[in-house]
Ligand binder design. Sequence first.
Ligand SMILES: [Zn+2]
Length: 205
Amino acid sequence: MHELIKTDIIKFGKIAGDRCLTPGISGNISVRCGNDIIITSSGSANSFLSEDDLSIIDFNGNLVEGNKKASSEKFLHIEFYKKRKDIGAICHFHSPYLTSLAACGLSLNDKILPEIVFMFDEIPCADYALPGSFELVEKTSLYFEKYNVILMKNHGVISAGRDLKEAYLNIELCEAYAKTFILSKFLGGAKILSDRQVEDIYSLR
Ligand SMILES: [Zn+2]
């Protein structure tokens, strides 16, 4: 079980790296595994992971297995899993377009694309706190119950999914959306969907 999950984390880390979603040694990935969490280690590069870069921790943040220190954002991941029994994996990346919006402290609240409205409604931006701090956990976790994708001001983005593929695809989709949103600004700004159009989209859920 653990081996399969580790292979999956290595695979999606590489895919995210190949698609420029997780530059350098930024970001971290985790998967829930019963009473444990498998998480990338501190200072590891998501696109070049080996099994040695993966640590197993418990829900108190203690190292259960592994040769390296778990990611400094481990408590952010733990809190998300604690608040949401339905999620099984988390990706935290510094992908450039979503991070541009986070750098400006902008939430993605405008209803522009049906697919995004259907899947996420909106993408909030949590207040800034020092990376790796409990304050960051406190401020970001305010959104954990209601949202699967959350921007982190002056930092990056965090995404949860039922499994790792879903957590990853959420970021891939939102990154493309952020790019579209930013490019549309150069073309005069996106047209906002009407309340009626948004209601029609909600009715498809
Ligand atoms: Zn980060």
